[in-house]
Design a protein around this ligand. Sequence first.
Ligand code: NAD
Ligand code: UDP
Ligand code: UDP
Length: 336
Amino acid sequence: HVSTKPPPEPSPLRKAKFFQANMRILVTGGAGFIGSHLVDKLMENEKNEVIVADNYFTGSKDNLKKWIGHPRFELIRHDVTEPLLIEVDQIYHLACPASPIFYKYNPVKTIKTNVIGTLNMLGLAKRTGARILLTSTSEVYGDPLVHPQDETYWGNVNPIGVRSCYDEGKRVAETLMFDYHRQHGIEIRIARIFNTYGPRMNIDDGRVVSNFIAQAIRDEPLTVQLPGTQTRSFCYVSDMVNGLMRLMDGENTGPINIGNPGEFTMLELAENVKELINPEVKIITVENTPDDPRQRKPDITKAKELLGWEPKVKLRDGLPLMEEDFRDRLGISRKK
Ligand code: NAD
Ligand code: UDP
Ligand code: UDP
């Protein structure tokens, strides 16, 4: 039996929802490196309204200057360890210092940001019904005994070391996400981000790619921390942002590794930077810091299968894009 009646009119409430064209998206930590690139991408969609909440600890308004004053954009000075009462549909929760120098600077604040900050954002998600994505980290795998790391690996983390405020903080943040999901039905997404690089990284934040590029531009020796055979896998920021958005808009909670599986020793990275940016620069070895993971490389099978995502930018193509931005900010042009 086929009904010839027209479909019923949607209720006024459904109509209101339908015509509420805009998606209101909160990005915590949106004034930072990855956050500001994410904001750029989200703002490209005219249906998105973007709200950034940031305390400017490691981020800067400069990263968002092209959006300040835009009718679909709002910037709030806010510390996520304090409650936040706004109305949103999606939350990208990035707020947390990411460079070892900064997260070790005030470790108690780092763990509060991860634990209380994530709890508050989950409370906000619960009250508004928003979907929330946490940017967790490959550091949850600690100094991994499994290589490459896939999402089933539980990690090898020192609970009382100088990195623990960050590693263990993110591990608790993941726990909170899953507890809110199971107990309150919150829609969650967890990305485990591997080392990311690109324009707008803090020039002096001590991370290896930003250090080497700034050193090469300033004609200072590249400081490879011993032993130099430790490995990392570097993902260009535009690939990272695409991966995060796929995860948010897809159907899988994660955790899902997002990173570039191309693996380099720190000595190889230094050689690449030298060759591409300043063939005259020296490479020296210096002391390392405690608990430095010896190897790191993502297994991205899950991201490929579940998100249809994989990185596109190779290290040797990404480094020159970052060089340009660093030269602009340092005011040092390439020698002719
Ligand atoms: P970033 O330091 O550039 O950005 C972090 C932002 O969070 C900054 O703008 C900072 O001011 C803000 N912030 C810090 N504490 C806050 C607080 N209590 N309240 C409000 N805002 C606060 O770092 P990023 O590289 O852009 O990293 C973004 C996220 O991605 C972080 O959660 C980090 O743990 C995660 N991540 C990054 C990498 C990487 O390689 N960059 C790797 C793994 C995970
Ligand atoms: N919270 C927030 N914004 C909201 C709702 C809650 O920041 O819109 C905070 C709230 O202050 C609390 C945390 O999120 O500290 C967890 O909230 P939840 O409702 O889950 O727990 P409860 O308030 O019952 O402890
Ligand atoms: N590193 C280095 N020289 C530097 C800074 C870092 O050789 O000037 C090394 C560091 O020992 C580590 C790797 O680079 O093995 C990545 O360090 P980073 O702080 O960038 O990130 P994370 O340790 O969080 O992966």
